[in-house]
Design a protein around this ligand. Structure first.
Ligand code: NAD
Length: 360
C-alpha cells in the first residue's frame, strides 16, 4: 500500500517523539511491504518563528492533500514572550484549532487502556481494576456547547451569560456511525452517554443513535446518563468498550478516563473527518520541561501511528503488530523515566523507539 503521510513534529518534545513513530512506521513498511511517503510541515511555535503565524494556508493545504496527518505537539513555556505576548489567534495552540477546523475533524477518539505492567500508576484500587480496562472514548468535536451562540448581557442591572447547546441530526448521525464502525472492529459494544432526562439535545442524540444502531445488529447499544458514567468510570471501568458522547461530556469523560490509566506518555488519540482521513497525535502536550533531553516517552505517538494504520489505512494486522511490540517492550521491563519503576531498565526516547521497531 502507498500512503502519503504529513508529519507535523511541532515544538518541544514533538520532533523527538514523531521521529520515533516514523522509525516504527518504517519498520512496518519494510516487514509488510508498504510505502509510507512523508512530507513535513510546520505548525505551532516553530511556524511562528518561520512565518509569523502558527499555521500557514500552505501547510493546511499540504495536510489536506495527504492521506493522514501525524502530529507531535505544539506550544512552549508561556514565559516565551515571542510566542505568547500576542493575540490568542496567533499563539502556537491556535494552529491546532485551525487545523482541526480546516480538516473538518469532527470525531475525536481517545483510547484508555491499562497495561498490566503499569497498573501501579493507576489511581484505582486493585479490586476495581480487576482484569484491567480497554476502552475508547468517541467524542463529538465540532458541535454542541463549545460552538453554540453565546453572549453576556446586563438584565435588570445584573450580568447574565448565555451559552447555547445545539446539535442537528446530521452531526449526531455521522459521529454515531464512526462509533459503531469502531465498535465493530473491537468488542462490539457502544455505550452512548447523554443527559436525556433533562436536555432536548440529548433526547435527539438518543433517537438518532438508536436509528444508526439498527444498521449494526452485531453491536450492542446501551444508553447511560453522563453523571452515572462519570461514576461508573471509577467504579467499574472494565465494562466500557466504545463510549460515544457529545463534545462537552466527552471533554470531561476522556480526561477522567485518561487519568485512571495514570500514564500521560502512553495515551494516543485520533481525530477523524467524514472520510478515512484523520489526524493522529498523543494526548499530552509538548513538555518543554524535558525537550531535547532524550527523556520523552514516545509510546503515545507510536500508538497514535498504530491508530493511523487501523483507522485511515485499514491496516489492522500492522496496527496490531505495533501494539504487540509496545506490550512486549513493557513486559520485558523497559521504561522511559515517566513510567519507571523498581527493577525495570530505564531507556531514553530513541532507544525506546529502537526497541519497539526491533520487535515488529
Ligand atoms: P504537557 O502534557 O506538555 O506536560 C505535562 C507533564 O507531563 C510535564 O511534566 C511533562 O514533562 C510530562 N509529559 C508530557 N508528555 C510526556 C511524555 N511523552 N513523556 C514524558 N513526560 C511527558 O502539558 P503542559 O505542561 O500543560 O503543556 C506544555 C505545552 O504543551 C503548553 O504550551 C501547552 O499549551 C501545550 N499543549 C499542547 C497540546 C497539543 O499539541 N495537542 C496539548 C496539551 C498541551
Amino acid at each position: 500500500m502507498d500512503c502519503r503521510i504529513v508529519t507535523i513534529p511541532g515544538d518541544g518534545i514533538g520532533p523527538e517523539i514523531v521521529r520515533e513513530a516514523c522509525k516504527v512506521l518504517d519498520k512496518v513498511a519494510r516487514v509488510y511491504g508498504h510505502s509510507f511517503h512523508y512530507k513535513e510541515v510546520l505548525m505551532g511555535g516553530c511556524s511562528i518563528d518561520a512565518y509569523g503565524v502558527p499555521l500557514t494556508e500552505e501547510a493546511l493545504e499540504t495536510a489536506r492533500q495527504s492521506d493522514a496527518v501525524l502530529l507531535g505537539a505544539v506550544g512552549g513555556n508561556v514565559g516565551n514572550s515571542r510566542w505568547y505576548d500576542v493575540a490568542p489567534n496567533l499563539r502556537p495552540e491556535a494552529g491546532l484549532l485551525a487545523i482541526r477546523k480546516g480538516l473538518n475533524l469532527f470525531a475525536n477518539i481517545r483510547p484508555a487502556y491499562l497495561y498490566r505492567e503499569l497498573a501501579e500508576a493507576c489511581p484505582l484500587k486493585k479490586e476495581i481494576i480487576g482484569e484491567g480496562f480497554d476502552m475508547v472514548i468517541m467524542r463529538e468535536l465540532t458541535g454542541g456547547l463549545y460552538f453554540g451562540e453565546r453572549h453576556t448581557e446586563e438584565v435588570g442591572g445584573v450580568l447574565q451569560a448565555t451559552d447555547t447547546l445545539t446539535y442537528n441530526e446530521t452531526e449526531i448521525r455521522r459521529i454515531a456511525v464512526k462509533a459503531f464502525d469502531i465498535a465493530r472492529k473491537r468488542r462490539k459494544s457502544v455505550i452512548s452517554v447523554d443527559k436525556a432526562n433533562v436536555l432536548d439535545s440529548s433526547r435527539l442524540w438518543r433517537k438518532v443513535v438508536e436509528e444508526v444502531a439498527k444498521d449494526y445488529p452485531e453491536v450492542k447499544l446501551e444508553h447511560m446518563l453522563v453523571d452515572n458514567c462519570a461514576m461508573q468510570l471509577v467504579m467499574n471501568p472494565g465494562q466500557f468498550d466504545v463510549v460515544l458522547t457529545e463534545n462537552m461530556f466527552g471533554d470531561i469523560l476522556s480526561d477522567e478516563a485518561s487519568m485512571i490509566t495514570g500514564s500521560i506518555g502512553m495515551l494516543s488519540s485520533a481525530s477523524l473527518n467524514e472520510s478515512k482521513f484523520g489526524m493522529y497525535e498523543p494526548s499530552h502536550g509538548s513538555a518543554p520541561d524535558i525537550a531535547g533531553k532524550d527523556l520523552a516517552n514516545p509510546i503515545a505517538t507510536i500508538l497514535s501511528a498504530a491508530m493511523m494504520l487501523r483507522y485511515s489505512f485499514d491496516l489492522d494486522k500492522e496496527a496490531d503488530a505495533i501494539e504487540a511490540a509496545v506490550q512486549k517492550v513493557l513486559t520485558e521491563g523497559y521504561r522511559t523515566t515517566d513510567i519507571m519503576s523498581e527493577g525495570c531498565t530505564k531507556v531514553g526516547t530513541a532507544q525506546m523507539g529502537d526497541l519497539i521497531a526491533e520487535r515488529i
